[in-house]
Design a protein around this ligand. Structure first.
Ligand SMILES: O=c1[nH]cnc2c(CCNCC3CCCCC3)c3[nH]c(NCc4cccs4)nc3cc12
Length: 373
């Protein structure tokens, strides 16, 4: 009995649709996981997040370990109780955000020493501490190994060194995680843009053995074409019977093209972060609601989506809210964007189940490219 059975219900080319069964509920794949940074999906109630169709959200280890502190979340009953999110939750290891947010960091074989960007306190994030925070203190259903996201543009030798560190940190993460009957641990494939390194990373992760396999080191500036190339020569080396999670991706077109290459799970800050800045997403790309062209446009953002923010408000009203700096502006656009991404993954699941994914992909790409014109 594997920790979390992954049932593949249909495939269409390399695309798959199925259900990852966790102790806190089922995750329908392809799945988009909204980012719940500080135990909240910014500007939304958890009931709203659930209504959009999201089965799983992300918890943010880096932020929560700094504030309010992982031990405090544990004392308060764990992240599910604290945030009132009842479904499955995936937490990241904290490592990625040390690079993008903290000051004064020192990376060694042991782990990453850094100072908090909030109060300057010193922290030592090791594979062992990251697993303790994620699985024991926050209580994540799916924990991520501590890894190093290899920067885009480094040499093959540098990418090998970085990939091998992530392999060793993964082994230590798994040793610390041990065997648990209602929690899962995912490994992360690195290797930058080098086919041999990606294959070797996948093979060595499989030797260690994880409940799921994430593809890291992408969406870090390599561009759409290169990301697709790396997926072409990476996903085939990952176990077909376990979930594949592409980290930090992405725009709608990225999701469609990655699903076509066998990816099952995604996370991205785009829908919530861009929503707070007035961007509303659609199959034609983003519109910025603050633009004058929407001042008297009384059409809704997307009447096809069963979400009040997409269906019941005019663009003119949303334009007014943003121009007036009203809080409701960020709430409604974030809500719409999360609902749009869920609507997109729901359409992909249905298309794969019907054996019509290639038609869906072609039609989507037509709309997307028309929107970009
Ligand atoms: O190799 C990686 N290892 C670990 N994490 C990665 C992430 C973070 C994924 N989202 C974490 C979330 C956890 C909860 C809070 C929010 C983030 C990536 N994000 C991106 N691109 C998007 C990017 C975002 C910012 C700069 S690039 N590429 C990534 C590659 C890796």
């Amino acid at each position: 009995m594997t920790t979390f059975p992954y049932e593949i219900h249909a495939t269409d080319g390399a695309a798959r649709t199925g259900v990852l069964k966790t102790s806190r509920g089922d995750i329908r794949t392809p799945a988009f996981m909204p980012v719940g940074t500080a135990a909240t999906v910014k500007a939304l109630y958890m009931d709203q997040v659930r209504e959009t169709g999201a089965d799983i959200i992300l918890g943010n280890t880096y932020h929560l370990m700094l504030r309010p502190g992982a031990e405090r979340v544990k004392r308060l009953g764990g992240l599910h109780k604290f945030s009132t999110w009842k479904g499955p939750m995936l937490t990241d290891s904290g490592g990625f955000q040390v690079w993008s947010l903290s000051k004064l960091r020192k990376m060694t074989e042991e782990g990453v020493k850094f100072r908090s960007h909030i109060d300057g306190s010193e922290h030592n994030l090791t594979p062992e501490r990251s697993i303790e925070i994620q699985a024991d203190l926050l209580g994540a259903d799916i924990s991520m190994q501590l890894d190093e996201c290899t920067p885009f543009g480094c040499s093959e030798a540098e990418a090998r060194t970085s990939m091998e560190l992530s392999i060793r940190w993964g082994q230590r993460s798994k040793a610390a995680f041990g065997t648990r009957d209602s929690q899962a641990l995912f490994g992360i494939v690195q290797g930058s843009v080098f086919e041999n390194l990606r294959r070797e990373s996948a093979e060595r992760l499989i030797e260690t053995g994880y409940d799921g396999y994430a593809i890291g080191g992408l969406a870090v500036g390599e561009g759409f074409e290169k990301m697709c190339d790396v997926l072409d020569f990476t996903t085939p080396h990952l176990p077909s019977e376990r979930p594949r999670y592409l980290m930090g991706v992405g725009k709608p077109i990225d999701l469609v093209e990655a699903v076509a290459r066998g990816v099952d799970m995604f996370d991205c800050v785009l829908p919530t972060r861009s929503g707070r800045h007035g961007q509303a997403w659609s199959d034609h790309g983003p519109i910025n609601i603050k633009r004058a062209e929407f001042a008297e446009d009384d059409s809704p953002l997307n009447p096809e989506i069963d979400c009040p923010a997409s269906r019941d408000y005019s663009k003119a009203y949303l334009h007014h809210l943003f121009r007036s700096g009203e809080y409701l502006s960020a709430m409604l656009l974030s809500w719409h964007n999360i609902a749009y991404f869920q609507h997109l993954t729901a359409r992909m699941r249905a298309a794969i189940a019907a054996g019509e994914f290639e038609a869906f992909r072609r039609e989507f790409r037509g709309k997307w490219e028309q929107g970009q014109a």
